[in-house]
Write a protein that binds this ligand. Sequence first.
Ligand code: HEM
Length: 425
Amino acid sequence: MSQATPFDLTRPRRQAHVDPASIPLDEIDVSDLELWTTDTHWKYFERLRNEDPVHYCADGAFGPYWSVTKFDDIVYVEKNPEIFASEPGISIVTPPPDAVTQGAGFITMDGPRHDAHRKVVQPVSSPRNLKHLEPLVRERVINILDGLPVGEVFNWVDRVSIELTTGMLATMFDFPWEDRRKLTYWSDMATASPPHLEAMGKTQDDRKAALLDCLDVFTKLWNQRKGTTRDSLDFVTALANADATRDIDPKTYLGTLILLIVGGNDTTRNSISGGVIALNEHPAEYDKLRDDPGLIPKMVDEIIRWQTPLAHMRRTATRDTELGGKQIKKGDKIVMWYVSANRDETAIDRANEFIIDRNDSKHHLSFGWGVHFCMGSRVAEMQLRVLWEEIIERYRLVEVVGDPVRVPSCFVKGIQQLPVRVHSW
Ligand code: HEM
């Protein structure tokens, strides 16, 4: 949701393939991207939760920062936004001063301005509107699933995860259907870390160009929809006509677009892919699902907890304060690692096990907490529920047949490629 700046990520680091217990505590840097591409961050977080739950890293890959790794400490931070602010940014990467967006929309705002902007777009993801959208989502899911090449190996991320979430996003923006993959591209360009950008063969200039193209396309839609009312709800019409937002400057508009595009895209996409991996890694849970598809709503919650599609959110201390017995200074960067809190055994029963029929399945931090609690949680849950209802109708098994390729990011906990084969009943 914020743009990456060029940091020196090429310096040799040594964390990914060593035993975390062998590293002096003050040298642990959980933002090291190698820990994320190799999925080896778990033991580091376990050590921090046990030995140093509020941990200072002076020499992080993205500069100095505090890690908050336990459930209750994160809830405390979220409950005190006047001490832990969302301005100037909510990712560990501080946006550069020449960024083409002004923050990332209302997720990087505090106080009444945040509340007013959120209120404008919230009706699009309201239960009432979702009820109206569900038949359309189901129709699209069926089209996607019926088009899969049974018995052949294909990339689940592209054929299913991206296709479904991008379609949903296009609907919520009322974006031209044939151009919907542009939303995926802009989302990827907005969130890519420097190494990810490089891996895509793109530069910072390409990123800037992509975001300006996004603004240009959406400015045209804004102008067409300003002063109009429409039968269906969409983000652009809402923003162009509400008192709180009709006069926003282009940079704030672009920030809001990026928030809504990334919020609605990468996160749900990675829950869809992550769920397939989790079920393959836990065949007894897959059996439970086949025996009782009525478990799907609870399973969806568990998949979202297990995957934790956004590994962290960041806050900035507005004054000197204390957190978990540590002295925090005004201006310090506080990173709330949801990915760690979701495995905190002191807050979640059997937190390190994937259990699709948990009683308290909604007790997780994947959607955050408090005033910034995810605005699209119900959208995501509905898409995942409908998807799994239709998968289980058609396919006995979505079989993972190779290693997933993970996104080099400690913010979006994502999967770029997932080779699978689907098996009919
Ligand atoms: C599984 C899917 C999703 C996950 C895990 C997720 C996660 C999150 C998290 C962690 C936050 C920040 C919460 C905090 O700071 O306390 C957030 C905020 C937000 N999400 Fe989501 N999200 C998902 C899906 C969506 C969807 C589908 C949309 C779009 C409709 C969306 C739109 C937003 C928006 C607009 C915010 C900002 C809320 C605010 O600042 O008031 N998210 N999300």
